[in-house]
Design a protein around this ligand. Sequence first.
Ligand code: LIP
Length: 265
Amino acid sequence: MSTELLHLARAIAVEAGELAATRRRAGVEVAATKSSIVDVVTAADREVEELIRRRIGETRPQDAILGEEGGASGGTSGITWVVDPIDGTVNYLYGIPHYAVSIAVVEGEPDPLHWTELAGVVFNPAIGELYAAARGGGAFLGDSPIRVADAVPLGQALVATGFSYDATRRGRQGEVVARMLPSVRDIRRAGTASLDLAGVASGRLNAYFERNLNPWDHAAGALIAAEAGAVTKGLGAPRASSEFLIAGHPDVVGPLEELLAQLGA
Ligand code: LIP
């Protein structure tokens, strides 16, 4: 079933990504703000999610959908599609070609602490990179298998992270990163959680961590990273959640998690 779900997710993600890129070329404006003045949504976010919902409904009307813009819609199959129509919305708004359509298919309660991920796709239409994984089937960039980078000492690890839309939280997160920085190679803050997780999966990053992600930010990327050999978990917890997510080669995540706990991440 995971393979069939992956094929459908890939087709939908490509069509949705092409729509997002078309709208970006025509020009993008803020349609509304959400949790803060810098937490924005564009008309394209809404339009792309509507397309994704329509395509899922045409093929699998019995499935539930949990989307960033449209919220949760019920289903009877026990399968939920977890959708971020444009992850990296601020990059998209500014015309930075580092954003992605993220679509995951999960079984069970649509909660990262309880779900079983079956398939995941992360598609960056700006550069035509499509990451994909089906449970137990490995991870791919296009048609090429991908694996996490070999383990390195923490002092040589390239670590990605991200920050909250809440200014106070963002300040505290910045303080943690400042204290972490001398202990790692360098950091990257690229603005798109799903692509950060895909970066871990493809060896472009040694690790990634972030606090307070939404389920749709990490559902697909976490499966892709796990299928590429990464461990994905919480801070001192076996499973990632909206509280905290850390991902990377097991021998990198251990020391990084210990450092972040010491720094009060
Ligand atoms: C974004 C994440 C990113 C995080 C941003 C934001 P959005 O999701 O992908 O990792 O640092 O604050 O949450 O809002 O672009 O879908």
